[in-house]
Design a binder for this molecule. Structure first.
Ligand SMILES: OC[C@H]1O[C@H](O[C@H]2O[C@H](CO)[C@@H](O)[C@H](O)[C@H]2O)[C@H](O)[C@@H](O)[C@@H]1O
Length: 588
């Protein structure tokens, strides 16, 4: 059975990423890309759905984990009655290969190690054909199934027992062994072995150099650095696509149906990620992502999707993986995401904010990049008053969500600014007129003057935590009485054990059964909104609490269950980490 979500840590090579458990088992890995089928899928099933374990065979007295400073290399220290062994896990970056490297070093005494290599391709369903071979001067194990070939290398190879490859061996103080699993397309030759020391050193150097730019003058600077590195791991190096999370179907409600696939590039999540990276001083990523965006949305602006595959593809149909029981029995396990065909009117606003920040950071518009933005704004100008599914991607009826309407205002506002402040060309009078019209409409229809709060949509008196962004995007000042009233209404209605829910599911607005837990990004937005309102002490106090919810290696999932002190939902989630960075910057 899978571990609690918080007992996993992330390693990755910016092509894909793996979850490594505190018990030394890699329980989730999709190869070669974030959205490829998993070949280790024990996270959503059992060991028989694929995993790679390296850990003491004897009882472990204590386990300590940390990332090697300034990097995403994971070090797990296991202490047993007999001694201590350190497991280093990484996926080397920058070489275009797909390898997982695991190095065990015995620091003290004697430790017996258990090795279990279980490859199951196609999301844990297919047992590959496994053979022992000899190539490049070494024995190795090769697992082949359909398009996939996985190669296990190491000084001591496990033997086939009941569909697993297992082994036990003893390590004494000073001993070191390094194993690797390499993925290639099944029709390719077995690649050269890695120079482990050189690849480990190069990966450390590259990640340290990148993370050294992370701001030090912010509260929780270590968490900010870890968040930025985590966002980097979710940015596909070759294409520039940014995934919302590297997992699918970690439940929002244990045992429930709220299980979604996040291994795709949402324009919203990616634009917000970019906004955080730019605000923290990372500018190179902006160019890369803008190129991804230009390719992904190229074509008729009417065909704009709210999410794409990592390479900008448009097909991600939502399917159910029947053979996986799901994390903590939470069915269905889904791949693909039906929200792809939704109308979400906020998305262009988020994209325009990110691109405005990129301009401010000195990234010049090319003829192509501006004409695309202009075409998208024009498309919105023709459809700006249509109802939508909102940023929470509700599966109930479409509505005029106030947050979406505010973000429509943002899209026109940033388009106007592009003309006024950056000298770009466009029908600015039309955009200005629409901007002002939608603003009046929001203030009229999206505000409940009796309660002195903005509302979730135009036909309700309910609130929604997304309304906290109203001041953050510049629609109203942070200390405007309507913003302050909204903060109070949201904290009054949506607080659960000191953390914010997105909205009240009891109203049935989202069209789903079951309930959910506080959504961490909303509480980070509250930190930013309180800071903008001048309530810095409250903001700082909440920020301290939120940072304290991260697991032992600084990672956050999508939601948190305060009653049981457990992480919930896909993990780690870009939304949580990017709003953490924004909140820390708001408190700078
Ligand atoms: O809550 C129902 C919806 O949950 C997912 O959407 C959430 O995650 C997205 C990716 O991080 C984020 O952009 C969105 O704002 C969140 O609500 C899921 O992708 C949807 O299919 C689902 O309806």
């Amino acid at each position: 059975m899978a571990l609690p979500i918080e007992d996993y840590a992330l390693i990755g090579d910016r092509g894909t990423a793996a979850l490594v458990g505190k018990d030394g088992s890699i329980d989730w890995l999709c190869l070669p890309r974030f959205d490829s089928p998993a070949c280790f899928a024990a996270l959503l099933g059992t060991e028989d759905n694929g995993r790679w374990l390296l850990a003491p065979a004897d009882e472990v007295e204590s386990t300590n984990r940390r990332y090697v400073d300034g990097t995403a290399l994971l070090e797990t220290t296991f202490t047993t009655a007999g001694g201590e062994v350190v497991l280093l896990d990484l996926m080397p970056t920058g070489d275009g290969r797909a390898d997982v490297v695991r190095r065990l070093t015995c620091m003290r005494g004697t430790v017996r190690i258990r090795h279990d290599w279980v490859v199951r391709t196609d999301y844990g369903r297919i047992r590959p054909w496994v053979t022992r071979e000899h190539a490049h001067g070494n024995d190795l194990i090769v697992a082949v199934a359909g398009p996939d070939k996985l190669i296990l290398r190491g000084p001591r190879l496990p033997r086939a027992v009941g569909g697993h490859h297992t082994d036990e061996f003893e390590m004494s103080e000073g001993d070191e062994v390094t194993f690797s699993t390499t993925w290639v397309r099944s029709w390719r030759d077995i690649p050269e072995p890695l120079g482990f020391d050189e690849r480990i050193a190069a990966t450390i150097d590259a990640q340290r150099e990148w993370s050294a730019q992370s701001p030090d003058d912010v509260p929780h600077a270590d968490m900010v650095r870890r968040s930025l590195l985590t966002l980097l791991l979710m940015t596909h190096e070759e294409t520039g696509g940014i995934v919302a999370a590297p997992t699918t179907s970690l439940p929002e409600d244990f045992g429930g149906e709220r299980n979604w696939d996040y291994r795709f590039c949402w324009l919203r999540d990616a634009a917000l990620t970019l906004e955080s990276l730019l605000s923290a001083g990372y500018e190179d990523e902006a160019f890369h992502w803008r190129q991804w965006l230009l390719r992904a949305v190229a074509g008729d602006p009417a065909d704009l999707q709210i999410m794409y595959t990592v390479d900008g593809g448009r097909q991600l149909p939502e399917l159910v993986v029947e053979h996986l029981p799901g994390y903590a029995d939470s069915r269905p396990v889904r791949i693909g995401n039906g929200a792809v065909s939704q109308r979400q009117n906020d998305v262009l606003g988020e994209v325009m904010i990110a691109l405005e920040l990129a301009r401010q950071a000195g990234l010049d518009e090319t003829r192509n990049s501006w004409s695309l933005q202009r075409a998208l704004v024009e498309e919105l100008a023709d459809h700006w008053d249509e109802p939508d599914n909102g940023l929470w991607e509700i599966r109930g009826p479409q509505r005029h969500f106030t947050h979406s309407r505010v973000m429509v205002w943002v899209a026109f506002d940033r388009a106007v600014k592009a003309v006024e402040d950056h000298g770009l060309e466009g029908p600015v009078d039309r955009w200005r007129e629409l901007r002002d019209r939608v603003r009046e409409e929001v203030l009229d229809k999206g505000f409940d003057s009796e309660r002195s709060t903005f509302t979730q949509h135009y036909d309700t008196r309910e609130v929604d935590a997304s309304l906290l962004t109203i001041s953050l995007v510049g629609f109203l000042p942070g200390d405007d009485p309507r913003v302050l009233g909204t903060i109070d209404a949201i904290t009054g209605d949506l607080m659960s054990d000191g953390l914010l829910l997105r909205y009240r599911t009891e109203t049935g607005v989202d069209g789903l059964a079951g309930d959910e837990h506080p959504f961490l990004a909303c509480s980070f937005w509250l930190v930013s909104a309180l800071a903008a309102a001048g309530r810095r002490d409250e903001a700082a106090e909440l920020m301290d609490r939120l940072c304290g919810l991260a697991n032992d290696v600084g990672l956050l999932s999508e939601e948190y269950d305060p009653a049981h002190g457990r992480m919930v939902g896909n993990f780690p989630q870009a939304f949580s980490h990017l709003t953490l960075v924004q909140a820390a910057l708001a408190l700078r």
